[in-house]
Structure formats: C-alpha cells, structure tokens
Design a protein around this ligand. Structure first.
Ligand SMILES: [Zn+2]
Length: 303
C-alpha cells in the first residue's frame, strides 16, 4: 500500500506541490558555454536542480554496443558547478558510468550486466564524483532509465539512498527512495495546474530534460530556447504553492516514495512490461505527469 507521510510537516504544510528539475547527461559532450547558461539560469532564480552526471563518458557512439574508450569528466565541468553543488543548490547524482549501451535495443548500461560489473561501475563513478565535487553522492539515475534488481542491490551496498528512473520499474524490495521522472519541460506548467486540482499533499513533479531540448544546442530536436527556459524558471519561482527541491531533498520530505509506491503507481502494470523505452524520448514516463499518479484515474490524457 502506498501511503505518503510527510517527515517534515512544516515543509509539507506550507508547500503543497513539489517540483524537481532533473537535468541528465551532464558530461563532456556539451560545451562549457551551454552548461554555463543553465547554471546561471538556475542561480538567477535561486532554483535548485539535480544533475545526472556521467563520471566517465564514453568516447563515440553510446548506442553502439561493444568495446569503447572512456574519458573521465573534464575538470572544467566539475569546477563549473562545484560551488553550487557544495551549497546544495545543485545535487550531483550519478548517471551511470560511461552511459554506453550493452544492447542495441532497448538501450541500457546496467540492466542485464553481471552484478560484479555493476558494483564496479557504480563504486568507481561515485568515487570520482565525490573526489571532484567534494560531496557525498547518494542519488542514482540509470542511463535510459533502465536498471535491474542487481542494480538496486549494488546501489544499496554502495550507500545510495535515492533512485530516479522512469516509472516502469522493475520493482524489488529495497530501502531506496524511488522518485521517477514524470514529465518534460513543456509539460511542467500543465502538471502544476493539474496537481493543484488534486487533494494536495505528497505529489512531486520530476521534470526530466537534456541539453538537446534546447534549440541553441540541437536545432533538430530542440523544443525551447534559453529565453523560454528562463521564463519557465521565472514562472516557477513566482508560484506561491510550488516548492522546488533536489531529488535528495524531495526524498527526505515524504517517507512513501519507495518501491511499494512504484509498484502501485508505476506504468508497467498498464502496458506491456517489455515494451522498450525509446532512447532520448522517455516515452515510459509521459503518462505519469506527476507522482504518485494513478493513470487509470487521470483525466489529463483522455480525449
Ligand atoms: Zn542519459
């Protein structure tokens, strides 16, 4: 049974809608200039964010299985966000090891891998980020939102406390807090409006986005520009009933974001469990919008 109980009643009582910005694929690929724009935008509106950081980004095509070289996160990328990470404004989450897929389809760096290999990657990645950023890393974001039960075991053993993937599981008994991504930047305002009409407590909107969502980075796949992103942050900052936090912070406010909650509200029970997740699209999370949500009772996507 999924029952949410606030740990910090003062926080939960004053701010009813919790929003988390989850920015994936922070690594060596994007320019320092792009990452600076995002850093400054979050700082300008004093909005926290969780960055999914790739500790040893693969060199080459991450969607092409097989041997590949990796290169540690560039020092300049770590230095750019280090002060905000240490101030708690940016949560540094581990986003895989190299973000290189094991399979052609569905893409995954971890699902299906031997647990020894998973442990090695998780431990090495955590260690590097902790050394570079000077903070403890407690949140894991699996590349392509795919993991297996061995990943969960390896994360527990390595001292992780929060897992953020998509909403399709798998589910296994665990003490990890589980906060799946629920929507993209373009859906955030609708999600907030929708949650306002609900009973109020315990909902979290985890907004997943990537560099390629920005037209300045990717003219083909981008859907908003830097100015529109700033306007969105400004809108969020103006909402009196919205509280923005990192994944780690959100997991610390409520006790009920766990595997039981994912079992009850995840999307896997509503669609074929083996339906692959399209890469770079996050199709498995679209039906959620907010969490925990019972899609079958939601009117939002009907009609
Ligand atoms: Zn990724």
């Amino acid at each position: 049974m999924c029952t949410l109980h606030p740990l910090d009643t003062s926080l939960a009582a004053t701010q009813t809608i919790s929003v988390v910005f989850r920015y994936d694929d922070y690594g060596n690929e994007r320019s320092l200039q792009h990452e600076t724009v995002l850093r400054e935008a979050f700082a300008k509106y004093d909005i926290p964010a969780t960055y999914g950081i790739i500790p040893y980004p693969s060199i080459g095509d991450v969607g092409e299985p097989g041997p590949h070289e990796v290169r540690a996160l560039e020092l300049s990328k770590a230095e750019l966000i280090k002060d905000m990470v240490q101030a708690g404004k940016i949560e540094a989450a581990l986003h895989g090891y190299s973000h290189h897929t094991r399979w052609l389809w569905p893409y995954s760096e971890f699902a299906g891998a031997d647990i020894t290999e998973q442990r090695r990657k998780i431990t090495a990645g955590k260690l590097l980020l902790e050394e570079m950023l000077g903070v403890e890393i407690v949140t894991f974001i699996p590349p392509w939102n795919t993991y297996d039960t061995d990943t969960v075991r390896a994360l527990e053993d390595a001292g992780f406390r929060t897992l953020s993937s998509g909403a399709s599981g798998p589910v296994t008994p665990s003490n990890l807090a589980v906060l799946p991504a629920t929507c993209g930047l373009g859906e955030l305002q609708s999600a907030v409006e929708y949650v306002r009409g609900l009973d109020g407590r315990g909902y979290v909107i985890v907004v997943l986005f990537h560099a390629y969502n920005f037209v300045e980075v990717d003219t083909k796949h981008g859907t908003l520009n830097y100015e529109e992103f700033e306007r969105l942050l400004e809108w969020v900052a103006r909402q009196p009933d919205v509280s923005v936090s990192t994944l780690k912070q959100a997991a610390g406010v409520e006790t009920g974001y766990n595997m039981d909650c994912l079992r009850e509200h995840g999307v896997s029970r509503m669609r074929p469990p083996l339906l692959p997740t399209p890469p770079f699209v996050g199709g498995d999370m679209r039906p959620l919008l907010y969490y925990p949500a019972d899609f079958t009772q939601s009117e939002y996507y009907r009609g």
